[in-house]
Design a protein around this ligand. Structure first.
Ligand code: OSB
Ligand code: MG
Length: 369
């Protein structure tokens, strides 16, 4: 196959409700939709960087420049046999994982479409229902949080993730635990604590959480390895894992017992497979994280979650958790048992709604050989 033309569409979509975390409040999701044309087949993917560099160092306008100046030109016109060859060809650019991932994942979709097989099959996944959870932003009060959680529990979601930060943590999670004694619950701090908060974090052990996600700094592994032995609750790393090597280091040091795999954060689908394989060999369960994706990024997440090591419910919730109208047809639907079926069509298995996409597009950059 050969990449002939790339269109980078910058879209802005309004979230159904504001999403508050320890790093900020999102009202809109601005992102890049990558359209990669290879000899008659088009692959699609999403650059999941956020508008501002608050979750990680990447941001939409920076990712656009990285793609335009270095990443797309490195691939244009150069034949490849299999999409596993793409990630190494982008290694010459340091980091910029989400920018790389948008391009690489689009080529995986193009490849699967050209082969006439679903993306999940091309990735080595197994055909099974994908169990999903939901990630809930910080709410004004514990009572308000319990109310929101109740709505998602009623829809069948398999586990509830609560965003926390100092001042909005123990009491909020404890209120949810009291109201839902048997529901799998976890907390995500998005790097809001320090190692000196270890005693405070150890209190969460009383709440019987599945895990606590990324309590310490976004680029830390060493302090997490000192925190984990002081908690009964498993630590799950998100922000700290940028590469397969990071996963190996974190596991070796005992910095976590679970890893959240985000395709964008680790630089694409090939690297996500590699992180998965390392974790599986070490007996560390993984789950698929989310970045408030549109249906296109969501479809990639569902596909990677079919790999056998993804044994925990992920953050790939249904389209209606985020959007009044998603940009794919059909939208992602969560069944009453809290699972999503794998699609049977080629590639992503969901079709883009181009009229809606055009309506949401701020600008398009086209790059060709
Ligand atoms: O830390 O997992 C996170 C959303 C944006 C950025 C970071 C995170 C999140 C979420 C929501 O938790 C996941 C989703 O529902 O897409
Ligand atoms: Mg997280």
């Amino acid at each position: 196959m050969k990449l002939e033309r790339v269109r980078l569409h910058v879209l802005r979509m309004r979230l159904k409700s504001p999403f508050r975390t320890s790093f900020g409040v999102e009202l809109d999701r601005r992102f890049i939709l990558v359209e990669a044309e290879c000899e008659g087949v088009t692959g699609l993917a999403e650059v999941v960087a956020m508008d501002e560099p608050l979750y990680n160092e990447e941001f939409v306008d920076g990712a656009l420049i990285a793609l335009e100046r270095w990443l797309v030109p490195a691939l244009l016109g150069k034949p490849f046999d299999h999409p596993c060859e793409i990630a190494p060809r982008l290694d010459f650019v340091r980091r910029n994982q989400m920018a790389k991932s948008g391009l690489e994942s689009a080529l995986w979709d193009a490849y699967a479409r050209a082969q006439g097989i679903p993306l999940w099959k091309a990735l080595g996944g197994e055909e099974r229902p994908i169990p999903v959870g939901v990630s809930i932003g910080i709410q004004a009060s514990p009572e308000a949080l319990v109310e929101v959680v109740g709505g998602f529990v009623a829809q069948g979601y398999r586990r509830i993730k609560l965003k926390i930060e100092p001042g909005h943590d123990y009491e909020f999670v404890a209120a949810v635990r009291r109201r839902f004694p048997d529901t799998p619950i976890m907390a995500d701090a998005n790097s809001a604590y320090r190692l000196t908060d270890a005693d405070h974090l150890a209190h969460f052990d009383e709440l019987d959480l599945m895990m606590i996600e990324q309590p310490l700094s976004h680029d830390d592994i060493v302090h997490h390895s000192r925190l984990q032995p002081r908690l009964r609750t498993p630590i799950c790393l998100d922000e700290s894992i940028h590469t397969p090597e990071d996963a190996r280091t974190a596991i070796e040091l005992g910095a976590c017992r679970i890893i959240n795999i985000k395709i964008g954060r680790v630089g694409g689908l090939q690297r996500a497979i590699e992180v998965h394989d390392i974790c599986r060999a070490a007996g560390v369960p993984v789950w698929c994280g989310g970045m408030l994706e549109s249906g296109i990024g969501r479809a990639h997440n569902i596909a990677i979650a079919s790999l056998p090591g993804f044994t925990l419910p992920g953050d790939t919730s249904g389209s209606d958790r985020y959007w009044d109208e998603d940009i794919i047809d059909p939208p992602v639907r969560v069944r009453p048992d809290g699972t999503i079926p794998l699609p049977s069509g080629p590639g992503l298995g969901f079709e883009p709604k181009w009229d809606l996409i055009r309506h949401l597009t701020e600008k398009t950059v086209e790059i060709r050989a």
